[in-house]
Write a protein that binds this ligand. Structure first.
Ligand code: GTP
Length: 600
């Protein structure tokens, strides 16, 4: 197909505005997928994604569409993008593979936080943006208001936007015609240019190994070519090339404007990173395509198997997950209280949750998770700078000069009646107010400078509950800033419970310490002896309480039917009071650890 009849586009939208449903309809409309084979939301491959209704892994599909306006047949490559801020680097790379983006806005809702964030990413990548108003079948749909909002907030003309209902199948053909008419074709290739192709997805397939999905910008690639990944320098032989319809259809050659996949004996996804440029060894491009960067983990936590015997299983599971997820980062960690586990780095909270859930569900592991932490920059008196992602590793105050923490720019989109409550939330979380803009008569956007550490606790849940689910948020890393930060330790029975250590602002340490000890008192089962529970900064105890003694309910944590384990525990208890003391610190359940996450 000549480039002038190719259109490469993505669909961008706020969560739940109908991106996947529209994608499904477009695939049906173009007979790419027969209706009876249509598995709802075909593009979201993983189960977990479907359940949560979010798109994590990228996918793409090639459609043929014959325009009724000019009678020509076009190849439309739909490039799927993940919908969440945690994956914004991947969103940006998949947008970079397109010339245009279909912007879906729910006509009963309007412009939301991720609508704006995605539009920014699309504009940064010079894309033509084609707005459409979805869900017009809903009684609450108000196309005029939302079109006005798109114009006012995003600066895009939405007066001629297609008004559609993906659910009812209204307006789908108009969308395809708009894509052909408005999205520019790829530029005309120059003869003899060296190959440059942008990787915008790669995933591990049990049968083929790593499958790399890319867009060709210049030159061409053939089966049998020796390719080089320009940023990593790794070289491979192309074993298979093809296009996704969305099933993989092998081809011999891919040319400028084409979107396709390649299999080249690559072992792990981290060897073929999103954003890297593919070129040919024998005819090498001089410069890689712009925009390559390593995904930097923003949030860390410790993961420990509840059953210490399963350490190796956890390691194997992480290894397997990493084959598919280059941004998952982990290294072994030993904790006096928890034993052997791993400190893992994630792009954000959602990424963390997804990984935890997959470990528990797909690998049948029971995990204890420590409180999530951001990465602090700790400047020592001697001038050294340490990066600390584990609060337990924060050096003592004596050797430190200062601590810096990451700040993000936060945007909250909300109906105006919740503004007061959300401002209160942001202030509690040490947010510094920047400004407020009206999106329409009833909806506003609040902007804050706020420490990431305050956002990664339960900010999102708070936002949703304070706004009855109507507010949305988005944040972007801004800078590191010095602050009066301290390490808050929790001591149970005189021993520091490392997994419960947190780094917090001094002004909040007392409140958090109080909340922690009170909650632990509720959650730790009573023992046969008294147990002091304390919170301390350095040697200074700032909050304390005491758990009185009684016969310990050792079976409380054996909710399963594992009788041999129950017997073992009863035996342990029989071993007597003295021995129990030594066990004092490990009698903490997962719930108690999770309590840390729920402190306001
Ligand atoms: P994420 O994958 O979470 O980003 O969501 P999405 O934008 O892909 O939204 P999705 O297609 O999953 O749709 C979200 C919900 O809206 C689903 O329950 C759909 O059935 C519903 N929906 C989508 N389009 C329409 C529509 O035109 N009308 C109505 N009434 N509901 C729709």
């Amino acid at each position: 197909v000549p480039p002038e009849r190719i259109r490469n586009f993505s669909i961008i939208a706020h969560i739940d505005h109908g991106k996947s449903t529209i994608a499904d309809r477009l695939l049906e409309m173009t007979d790419t997928v027969a209706q009876r084979d249509m598995q709802a939301q075909l593009l979201d491959g993983m189960d977990l994604e479907r359940e949560r209704g979010i798109t994590i892994k990228l996918n793409s599909a090639r459609m043929n569409f014959t325009s009724k306006k000019d009678g020509e047949t076009y190849v439309l490559n739909l490039i799927d993008t993940p919908g969440h801020v945690d994956f914004s680097y991947e969103v940006s790379r998949s947008l970079a593979a397109c010339e245009g983006a279909l912007l879906v806005v729910d006509a009963s809702q309007g412009v939301e936080a991720q609508t704006l964030a995605n539009v920014y990413l699309a504009l940064e990548n010079d894309l033509e943006i084609v707005p459409v108003l979805n869900k017009i079948d809903l009684p609450a749909a108000d196309c005029d208001r939302v079109a006005q909002e798109i114009e006012d907030v995003l600066g895009l003309d939405a007066s001629e936007a297609v008004q559609c209902s993906a659910k009812a199948g209204i307006g789908m053909e108009d969308i395809l015609e708009d894509i052909v008419r408005l999205v520019p074709p790829p530029r005309v290739p120059v003869e003899g240019e060296p190959l440059r192709a942008l990787i915008f997805d790669s995933y591990f397939d049990t049968y083929r190994g790593v499958v790399v999905v890319f867009r060709v910008f210049d030159g061409e690639v053939n089966v049998g070519d020796k390719i080089e990944l320009m940023n990593t320098g790794a070289k491979y032989d192309v074993l298979e090339l093809g296009v996704m319809k969305p099933n993989k259809i092998p081809v011999k050659t891919l040319r400028p404007g084409d979107v396709g996949y390649c299999v080249a004996g690559i072992k792990a996804v981290k060897d073929a990173r999103v954003g890297d440029t593919i070129t040919l060894v024998k005819h090498r491009a001089e410069k890689a395509l712009a925009g390559y960067s390593e995904a930097i983990p923003m949030v860390y936590c410790g993961l420990f198997p509840t059953d210490t015997d399963r350490y190796n299983d956890l390691r194997d599971a992480l290894e397997k997950l990493q084959l598919n997820d280059a941004s998952l980062n982990y290294e072994p960690e030993v904790s006096s209280a928890m034993g052997f586990g791993f400190r893992c780095g994630f792009l954000g909270l959602l990424h963390m949750e997804v990984v935890q859930e997959r470990l528990e569900r797909e690998y049948d592991l029971d995990l204890i998770t420590t409180a999530p932490s951001v990465v602090y920059h700790v400047y020592m008196a001697n001038g050294d700078m340490l990066t600390v992602a584990n609060p337990a590793e924060l050096p003592d105050a004596a050797g430190r000069d200062r601590i810096e923490e990451p700040f993000v720019k936060l945007e909250l989109f909300t109906p105006k009646e919740y503004v007061g409550s959300l401002m209160e939330l942001a202030t509690q979380r040490r947010g510094e107010y920047i400004d407020m803009t009206f999106l329409s008569q009833d909806r506003t956007c609040l902007r804050y400078d706020i420490p990431l550490g305050e956002v990664v606790t339960d900010f999102f849940d708070q936002l949703k509950s304070r706004s009855k689910g109507y507010a949305s948020m988005e944040y972007k890393f801004n800078e590191y800033r010095e602050n009066d930060l301290v390490r808050l330790d929790v001591m149970i029975n005189g021993e520091v419970a490392e997994p419960l250590a947190t780094i917090t602002h001094r002004s909040k340490a007392y409140g958090i310490g109080r909340g922690l000890v009170d909650k632990l008192k509720e959650l730790i089962p009573r023992q046969q002896f008294k147990i002091p529970i304390q919170a301390a900064i350095g040697n200074k105890v700032i909050a304390s309480t005491q758990l009185s003694a009684m016969r310990k309910d050792v079976l409380a944590k054996c909710y399963g039917g594992d009788i041999s384990r129950k017997k073992k525990l009863l035996k342990k208890q029989a071993a007597g009071k003295k021995r129990m003391k030594a066990f004092g610190k490990v009698e903490i359940s997962q719930e108690a650890f999770m309590a840390v996450l729920q402190i306001d």
